[in-house]
Design a protein around this ligand. Structure first.
Ligand SMILES: *Cc1c(COP(=O)(O)O)cnc(C)c1O
Length: 370
């Protein structure tokens, strides 16, 4: 096969040839040319959230989780009390890392097929005065649920609580406007909806809380305040930057802008999602979520109820046809997931459905709508 397989996963994801080609050069981390790339990436990331007046953006080496951990370590005081709104696997990860950072952590649980509730948060904040910060996962990539960012931010603002948003799988696709939605920190990464390659995260930190963050982190590498101060002073990263990842992200952002920015990206992903869901339903595969809770990022499907179904074999057979599926992340029901994000469009989604249909037929599983 002369093309890479299509990654139907929520990162890493399929990238364009232009983005891949951007990585064919070596860059010096001290060099002015590379510093200019870093500066342009930071400026354009702030453009995307309309955050120039209210926020700074601090890039960090590592996968997205490194930046979530760094955001908690940097923004939450050591005697702070974090409340995690939990409706899935990435929420549980955020709670775990908050505890491991030594911060007091409480969890408010919601069903994994529904958004978290801003009204329930309001009641909890009224009842428990010690909470200082709330963590919200914008799109819970575990099941694919869209959580109510604006409502949760309004409740936090009303109670004077800090809000940390994991917008890893939503940033650049779903609208986020820092002029209207107040958050202390918002985290995303290079290898998700911006369609760069994985290897760096970035955290938007509200200017009003930035100075207070000095010295809070118990980790040197995770200290975003220190990273920010050093970058402002020198234009450089504190420690070795992921140079190829940064230049690939710069190239990916250029294509994002050419496509029409966030509204255009959302429109393409919504079309991908619709094409996928319609196609899968037509061959008898049912989405796990109600349509109104579904973010156009990743779709969880019920596995076929048939003795011939086995995810490993199903995965291998789809891979042979050029498409990489993703396992389910739910504990209660047997599912698999299909991503709608990456440098792919309607054609790839239709081909993916065809590959799945072909696979089911090979296994002797009926492909008629239920
Ligand atoms: C992808 C993702 C992360 C980061 O995961 P990594 O494996 O560390 O890149 C965090 N939160 C959400 C919601 C995600 O989708």
């Amino acid at each position: 096969m002369d093309r890479d397989r299509i990654l139907l996963t929520p990162g890493p994801l399929t990238t364009t040839l232009r983005t891949k080609l951007a990585m064919l050069h070596d860059w010096g981390s001290w060099d002015g040319d590379f510093n200019a790339v870093t500066a342009s990436v930071r400026r354009r990331l702030l453009d995307i959230v309309h955050g120039h007046d209210t926020h700074v953006v601090v890039p960090l080496q590592g996968s997205g989780t490194f930046s979530v951990e760094a955001a908690v370590a940097t923004v939450v005081p050591r005697d702070g009390h974090v409340l995690v709104l939990d409706n899935g696997a990435y929420c549980k990860r955020a709670a775990k890392l908050t505890e491991m950072m030594g911060r007091r952590c409480s969890v408010m649980s919601f069903p994994e097929d529904e958004p978290v509730s801003a009204a329930a948060l309001d009641a909890r904040l009224k009842a428990v005065g010690s909470i200082t910060h709330v963590i919200l996962i914008h799109c819970e990539t575990g099941a694919g649920v869209l959580n109510p960012l604006e409502e949760v931010a309004a409740v936090c603002e009303r109670h004077g609580k800090g809000l940390i948003v994991d917008a890893m799988s939503s940033f650049a696709a779903l609208p986020i406007d820092a002029r209207r939605v107040r958050f202390d920190a918002l985290v995303a990464a290079s290898g998700k909806c911006l369609e760069g390659v994985p290897g760096m995260g970035f955290v938007f930190i509200r200017k009003a809380v930035l100075d207070g963050c000095a010295g809070r982190s118990q980790s040197l590498a995770m200290d975003l305040h220190d990273q920010h101060v050093y970058m402002e002073k020198t234009g450089q990263w504190r420690f070795t930057p992921p140079t190829h990842v940064v230049v690939a992200l710069a190239e990916a952002i250029t294509q994002f802008e050419e496509e029409g920015g966030q509204p255009a990206r959302l429109a393409r992903y919504e079309d991908n999602c619709r094409t996928l869901v319609d196609g899968m339903q037509a061959i008898g595969l049912k989405p796990f979520l109600a349509p109104r809770h579904q973010a156009p990022i990743i779709v969880t499907f019920h596995a076929p109820e048939h003795p011939a179904y086995d995810f490993r074999r199903f995965y291998a057979a789809a891979k042979q046809r050029g498409f990489m599926l993703y396992p389910g992340k739910l504990t209660t029901v047997e599912t698999f997931r299909v991503g709608c994000i990456g440098a792919i469009g309607r054609l790839e989604m239709q081909q993916a459905v065809n590959a799945v249909a072909d696979t089911l037929r090979e296994f002797g599983i009926p492909t008629t709508p239920r």
